[in-house]
Design a protein around this ligand. Structure first.
Ligand SMILES: Cc1cc2nc3c(=O)[nH]c(=O)nc-3n(C[C@H](O)[C@H](O)[C@H](O)COP(=O)(O)OP(=O)(O)OC[C@H]3O[C@@H](n4cnc5c(N)ncnc54)[C@H](O)[C@@H]3O)c2cc1C
Length: 437
């Protein structure tokens, strides 16, 4: 956001609680890499930084599913050459964006400075420098708050305007682990894939890094009354952890020499969906990104959606006063944020369970076939979300529901793609789905 505004000469003061990550290392076990898709790429292009980002990317054209016997199967996410998602280092991307922002004369960055309180009426922030412990109260004219899912500014907006905020925590947590490169720096698994070990109630995933390693994430319930050893609260010593991985992820275990130590020292992260009724005070303050709409990570869209926020807000701010732009932004984006929040929750079930079932695979194949036959009308929902930034999330969600009905109908009594009644498919698609553009 600072880059987009700064490029237009709008003065920006960027206030960041953490120290400059280009000079300080990050704590281990906190989301090392992310999936970047079309919406995020579009925003990075608008900001003029995508070319610089490209060397940081590892293409993941599909998912590689691992069964309990170590067998693997690869499934493409899209069917066109360019329909791929990318793994990118979170600190690498942050560093690059900071470097670009810093070069703009209009942008000033202040690290190690936490905003502890916001007075929306007086338009004042209480800031505290973590290096000097000094506190200051400073005025602002316009405040864009990208202060994440525990936003201080959201709290202030909620307090002042009878706004309602819900924070729904998942009963599942996540733990980040690593799968190192070979001594010669090679990947030990196929690098061009998002690896998934779906196990029904839980799953392990791995995303490639450019240094040959993978960042592995275990998503697991905190508690499990039926099987107490298969939940975070039950995995408390080396032997239990090793046994759990040996039973469910034997192929990954053999490649993760530091598993038990990392498991016991890395934090277990919580995941939540944040929905709040007001994103702006209607005057001079606005929430964007996770501060407005944190979502669970199963569609790989939180950052992509936050970047899309920036593009849409920048466009509105070129046309309207901040107060008007903020109100319009809230109205425009909220249905989209709600839609991706719901799709992200649905995708957890798909990733950890449905992907294993023949019916899911048949419907996936059929989706591609229908897209080939009706490219303007039938685009698989995953593709709409990940590869079509011009299709708003809410439209992807609505069309996706209709498409699911069509797919369920067409696959109700069949087991093979060649049994699909294609003339019935065409009739249903033409009557239920308008062309996208
Ligand atoms: C396990 C996991 C995996 C994920 N994977 C993906 C993925 O593959 N693809 C994807 O698109 N998204 C992914 N996400 C989501 C993504 O991380 C977030 O949506 C994204 O980081 C949101 O960006 P943000 O700038 O809004 O908030 P944040 O990234 O949380 O940044 C907020 C910033 O504000 C600073 N800050 C906070 N409070 C204050 C304060 N009071 N004063 C000053 N500064 C403050 C913080 O230090 C931080 O730098 C994942 C999330 C998780 C948890």
């Amino acid at each position: 956001m600072a880059i987009l505004l700064g490029k237009r000469g709008v003065p920006v003061r960027l206030i960041e609680r953490r120290p400059d990550l280009r000079k300080h290392s990050l704590p281990a076990g906190r989301s090392i890499n992310l999936a970047l898709a079309d919406r995020g790429i579009h925003a990075l292009k608008q900001a003029g930084v995508f070319e610089a980002v490209e060397p940081l990317l590892t293409a993941m054209p599909g998912r590689c599913l691992h069964d309990v016997n170590g067998g693997t199967q690869f499934f493409r996410y899209g069917q066109r050459e360019h329909e791929v998602i990318y793994s990118i280092s979170r600190p690498g991307l942050n560093q690059l964006l900071l470097n670009h922002a810093e070069q703009l004369p209009a942008v000033e960055i202040q690290f190690s400075t936490a905003c502890n309180h916001v007075d929306l009426k007086q338009r004042q922030l209480t800031l505290q420098n973590s290096e000097t412990s000094q506190t200051s109260v400073e005025g602002y004219s316009t405040l864009i708050a990208a202060d994440g899912s525990a936003s201080v500014v959201r709290q202030a907006i909620s307090d002042g305007r009878q706004s309602h905020t819900s924070i729904d925590f998942l009963p599942h947590g996540y733990k980040e682990l690593s799968l190192p490169a070979t001594p010669s720096g090679q990947h030990q698994l196929e690098p061009h894939a998002l690896h998934i070990w779906p196990r029904g109630g839980f799953m392990l995933i791995a995303l490639p890094n450019v240094d040959g390693s993978f960042t592995v994430t275990l998503f697991l319930p905190y508690e499990n009354t039926e099987n107490p050893a298969e939940c975070f609260n039950g995995l408390h010593d080396q032997n239990v952890i090793q046994a759990f991985f040996k039973k469910h992820f034997p192929d990954a275990l053999s490649l993760m020499p530091d598993l038990a130590e990392e498991f016991l020292t890395h934090p277990t992260g919580r995941m939540s969906t944040v929905r709040c009724s007001r994103w702006t005070d209607g005057q001079s303050a606005l929430l964007i990104g996770d501060a407005a709409h944190a979502i669970v990570p199963f569609h790989g869209q939180g950052m992509n959606c936050a970047f899309e926020d920036c593009v849409e807000l920048d466009a509105l701010m070129q046309q309207y006063t901040p107060a008007s732009a903020f109100t319009r932004f809230e109205k425009l984006r909220k249905p989209n944020a709600n839609a991706i929040a719901d799709m992200a929750l649905e995708n957890y079930l798909e990733m950890r369970d449905s992907v294993r079932h023949p019916r899911f695979l048949l419907q996936k194949e059929l989706s591609f076939k229908l897209e080939q036959a009706h490219p303007q009308r039938f685009i698989p929902r995953y593709s709409m979300v990940m590869f079509h930034h011009e299709i708003p999330y809410v439209m992807a969600y609505q069309r996706g529901k209709i498409q699911t009905e069509i797919l369920d109908d067409l696959t109700a009594d069949i087991h093979h793609l060649d049994q699909v009644n294609m003339s019935r498919a065409t009739a249903m698609i033409n009557s239920k789905l308008d062309p996208v553009r």
